[in-house]
Design a protein around this ligand. Structure first.
Ligand SMILES: [Zn+2]
Length: 312
């Protein structure tokens, strides 16, 4: 038998620009506030970002998972890109219907409605069973984990056991509060910051289990291994960390569709320049992502999250 290579998965959260407005508390751009029309949002992350991910995955020979906010399918342009993802053999997961950052804290009925609508919409659009879920802002609760299983999902990939990320998020939520610009994000309990970093069967309050595939952190210091951090480290950081990544079992490389957009070239509004991904031009980001993906494909057994879930 040949020795098995360490496990890896690559996935993309397709968060529309309206969701970044909500994170950063920009008045008037708030995602699902009264009057928000899913048929009229700016689809740049779909129409510009996702085709670049599809090219990058094809070049690296990787099958990935795309997490979709189902209300985005109200637009024909978005539906066309989703079809391209499916045609290329990638997996589609649910990222809820409207991406409420407080989904975990909604009443059980409201949580159930978000999840059922999303799953049905995505299954109708793709003709495939949608088995996986990722929570908005990575935040789970007992009620949400139970609902994920009730709806028929068999796996979840929302846990982000990363103290540096969680600390940074808690800090900016507090800072925005002080500035009078409340953010839609939620702070997570410390138990999540230090939870398991490899896939496991998560026990639900009623005794059932749900496969959990945590978002990527490196062993030891638990440095995040996601698109945003790769962009911040740049090529020098990639080279320093490559040997650590190469040896690490379970690298769940989580990207966002905005990661492969170009702030100037794609005409993204200037108010979103606070996003780290927006300060790096595509001419730099594209080749960097391609290298990270090719490295992973060489050192790891890269499969979709659903394929890994089926092995647990
Ligand atoms: Zn999201």
């Amino acid at each position: 038998m040949t020795p098995s290579r360490p496990r890896a998965a690559v996935n993309v959260d397709i968060d529309g620009l309206y969701l970044y407005d909500r994170i950063h508390g920009h008045a008037g751009g708030s995602g699902n506030a009264a009057g928000f029309d899913p048929a009229a949002h700016d689809p740049t992350v779909w129409t510009r970002g996702i085709p670049r991910f599809l090219d990058a995955f094809a070049q690296a020979g990787i099958q990935a998972t795309f997490f979709v906010v189902a209300q985005d399918l109200a637009q024909a342009d978005v539906r066309a890109v989703l079809k391209d993802c499916v045609a290329a053999g990638h997996e589609i997961g649910s990222h809820s219907f409207t991406h409420p950052y407080n989904l975990s804290r909604l009443a059980p009925d409201a949580i159930g409605e978000e999840l059922v609508r999303a799953r049905h919409t995505l299954q109708d659009a793709t003709g495939q069973a949608v088995l996986g879920f990722r929570a908005p802002g990575y935040v789970l609760s007992d009620a949400l984990r139970t609902a994920i299983a009730d709806v028929g999902h068999t796996w979840d990939s929302s846990r982000f056991p990363c103290p540096p990320y969680q600390l940074a998020k808690a800090t900016f939520i507090q800072a925005y509060k002080l500035l009078g610009r409340p953010s839609g994000s939620l702070i997570e309990p410390v138990g999540v910051w230090v939870g398991p970093r490899k896939p496991y069967r998560d026990r639900l309050p009623d005794g059932r289990t749900l496969v959990e595939l945590p978002v990527g952190v490196l062993p030891g210091m638990r440095v995040p291994f996601i698109g945003t951090s790769v962009l911040m480290w740049g090529e020098a950081g990639r080279r320093v960390l490559a040997p650590v990544v190469a040896r690490s079992d379970w690298m769940n490389f989580e990207c966002h569709a905005i990661d492969l957009t170009d702030h100037a070239g794609d005409g993204i509004p200037d108010r979103l320049k606070t996003q780290p991904d927006q300060r790096v031009p595509l001419a730099k980001k594209g080749p960097l992502f391609q290298k990270v993906l090719s490295d992973l494909a060489r050192t790891h057994d890269v499969r979709t999250l659903g394929a890994w879930a089926a092995t647990l």
